[in-house]
Structure formats: structure tokens, C-alpha cells
Design a protein around this ligand. Structure first.
Ligand SMILES: [Fe+2]
Length: 385
């Protein structure tokens, strides 16, 4: 995120002498994306982040696509995805292309290691649960409805809280950012944007751990998972400043834009990546023209695949879906409300839907692991009978 933040203790001037109580230098560490042209932060470690005792291959990370690529409308009941152990290693992959991977995970235990995704920015939509994101930048408490965004390369761990946790995970090699049209030339969110800087939750002060020993970090890079053992606790940062850090935004802080007549999907846009967008459909008053049909019209998304994750069964244009449903409407087939949904939307004062949409500019593949949760009859639910 391009908002300057400062946490913990840092020297008054960068790249200058900054000593620990024993007289040794703190280790300065620049972390950012897009080479030296993107957002970056400067961190100050007790120990060298390069002090690696050993490293080993954990496994290759390869997503298999389904064997039947026939173009069709798809529905996956992700509520049926079983509990797994790890929030970072046990994700059930659903859809993917070269720009984005969409997965579901229901972790049951807090990882006993830290994780660094070296090949992707990650958005974690917290559908259920609460806890704390630990990172070298500090901690971020999270709860149901949060988008927890971890830019690539940031070491982190989800410390699970009470209750079951369920997260939709969106990974991308591009940089997650806000839509350009929401921003001033200087990068501030404008008045018409559906959220503002106050809604963004950066980390608190770093919970610095100056400890030596053996500490595991699992790194994903180049589709390989490697285990690296450091000779010190990886959360050993005493302070940092800059514009690169993890952050959270609640879907409940997304202020919907409404109109007398149907508003198109771009009013729901929340995030921008290079080759896809993420939108939030949130509860709102319905269209208020006396003759309005609030349900969307059919549309041919000739340049994008539409993915929607539904947190409840109240989506205006869709029937037969449930909390946890995820649908894919691929480019090449028009989509719109099922029979009766347009009529049913007329006159209702409120829209109660809560859903996350990912529109990709290039076609998605269905992962083999998604097929166990597929509703194969979904495509026929537009037939009147
Ligand atoms: Fe659509």
C-alpha cells in the first residue's frame, strides 16, 4: 500500500549507524516489489535475515487441471472442503491461470513455522473465524469479513483464534492495489471511493523476538516449497518504515454505491491486479426507481471469466447457491439471473447479498481438486422446467 507508515524504533536517517545495546549494528533490510521501482519498506533486524542454518526441498507445488475442459457454467460447494491442518500448505485449489490462483482453506491448527510466499501477493478473504496475522512488521487482528492482504515476500503466520476458520485465498504474481480511478494523482483515496484510508488496518508495533535457536520458515518460490531453518527467531524486527507491509480491510467497511437503476459491477470494485479485479457485493438498499428491476440483466462477459464466492444464499441473481458456493461463468457463454430472479427482485427494499467476485481477463482452468465439490446440475438451472 502506498501510505507511509512507521513502527517501532528506527534511526532518524536511513542507511546510517544504528546500534543495539551490545554495540553491534542492527541489520538493515529493504523489502519491496517491482525491483526498486515499487513500494518498499526498511526494516531493522537484531539478526541477519540471511543467517540460514540449512535448507531442504519440501515438495514441488504443481496444480493439476481437470481432464474435461468443455466450456460450461460451474458451481462448487466449497463448504464441503474438509478441515486441513495448515493455512498456508493445505489449500484446496479451485481455479487458476497464469495470473491468479483461487483456493479454499479451513485450517485447524496454527502453523509451527512461518511462511513466505516469494511468488505471489495474497488476499485472504476471511469467511469464518478470527485470529491474528503475525508478521515481521507487527500483528494484525483479523475477523470474519476481512480481506487480509500479504504482499509477496512478507514472512507471516496465521495465529488461529476461537471457532472454525475458513478463508478464500487469492494468489497473484502481480501487485494487489486499489483501482486507479479511486486515487488522486498523489495516491490518496478520493471522496467517491467506497472506502478510505481509515478503513485500512496496517500492523501494530512489531512484537520483536531477539532469540537464537532453530526456526523453520517455509518459502514458496518458482512453484517449489522449500524449508529454511534460520539461526534466530524471524520476528526480530525492532522497527520499520515505508509503504510495503501487510494490511487488512473489512468487507463490512465497503460502502456500497447505489442508484435508481441497476449499477454495473465496477461500482463494487475493491482491488486491482494486472489481469483481474476483485469486487465486494455488500448489503444495501435496492434500486429505487419505481419501475426498477434490481436484478442484473444478462451479460456477455466477452473478455473475462466471472468467479463469485457467496457467503450467504441471498445473492439477487442466483438461486441454488448456498453459503460457501463458488461459481464460474466463463467468457464465451452469456450469464444472468436464473428464471424468476428478475421478477423476485422487483420491489424488495433491501439487497442482503454478501459476496466476493473475481473477474479475470484471461480464461481460468478448473483444478482437479475442485471436482469433488462440484454441483454438476448447476448449468441446467436456467431451464424454466
Ligand atoms: Fe457478471
Amino acid at each position: 500500500m502506498p501510505y507511509y507508515q512507521q513502527r517501532g524504533n528506527i534511526p532518524p536517517k536511513r542507511h546510517t549507524i544504528y546500534r543495539q545495546s551490545d554495540g553491534s549494528l542492527y541489520t538493515e533490510h529493504l523489502m519491496g516489489s517491482l525491483g526498486f521501482d515499487g513500494p518498499a519498506s526498511l526494516l531493522y533486524h537484531h539478526h541477519m535475515p540471511t543467517a540460514i542454518l540449512k535448507t531442504k526441498l519440501l515438495r514441488e507445488h504443481d496444480i493439476k487441471k481437470e481432464s474435461d475442459p468443455t466450456l460450461r457454467m460451474r458451481h462448487f460447494r466449497t463448504a464441503e472442503v474438509p478441515f486441513s491442518r495448515s493455512a498456508t500448505l493445505d489449500r484446496t485449489h479451485l481455479l487458476f491461470n497464469r495470473d491468479v490462483t483461487i483456493s479454499m482453506v479451513e485450517p485447524s491448527v496454527t502453523d509451527d513455522f512461518f511462511f513466505r510466499n516469494g511468488m505471489a501477493d495474497q488476499i485472504h478473504y476471511v469467511s469464518h473465524g478470527e485470529g491474528v496475522l503475525e508478521s515481521e512488521f507487527g500483528e494484525i487482528p483479523y475477523r470474519e469479513g476481512d480481506y487480509v492482504v500479504v504482499p509477496r515476500g512478507i514472512l507471516h503466520r496465521f495465529r488461529l483464534g476461537e471457532g472454525n476458520t475458513r478463508m478464500l485465498v487469492i494468489e497473484t504474481p502481480s501487485h494487489i492495489r486499489f483501482p486507479t480511478r479511486y486515487l488522486t494523482k498523489e495516491g490518496q483515496l478520493m471522496e467517491h471511493a467506497p472506502f478510505c484510508e481509515r478503513d485500512i488496518r496496517p500492523p501494530g508495533d512489531p512484537a520483536c523476538r531477539d532469540e537464537t535457536g532453530e526456526f523453520r520458515v517455509i518459502v514458496k518460490q518458482n512453484n517449489v516449497l522449500s524449508e529454511i531453518v534460520l539461526n534466530h527467531h524471524p520476528l526480530d524486527v525492532v522497527g520499520w518504515d515505508g509503504c510495503y507491509y501487510p494490511w487488512a480491510l473489512s468487507i463490512h467497511d465497503f460502502e456500497p454505491i447505489v442508484g435508481r437503476l441497476h449499477q454495473p459491477p465496477p461500482v463494487h470494485q475493491t482491488f486491482q491486479a494486472d489481469q483481474f479485479v476483485v469486487c465486494s457485493f455488500t448489503p444495501r438498499i435496492s434500486d429505487f426507481h419505481p419501475e426498477a428491476v434490481p436484478a442484473p440483466y444478462n451479460h456477455s462477459n466477452v473478455m473475462s471469466d466471472e468467479v463469485i464466492y457467496y457467503t450467504n444464499d441471498k445473492f439477487v441473481s442466483r438461486s441454488g447457491i448456498e453459503a460457501g458456493s463458488l461459481t464460474l461463468h466463463p467468457a464465451g457463454i452469456p450469464h444472468g439471473p436464473q428464471p424468476g430472479r428478475a421478477e423476485a427482485s422487483i420491489g424488495a427494499p433491501h439487497i442482503e447479498e454478501l459476496a466476493v467476485m473475481v473477474d479475470t481477463f484471461y480464461p481460468l482452468q478448473v483444478a482437479e481438486t475442485a471436482l469433488a465439490y462440484e454441483d454438476e446440475f448447476y448449468g441446467r438451472s436456467w431451464l424454466e422446467t
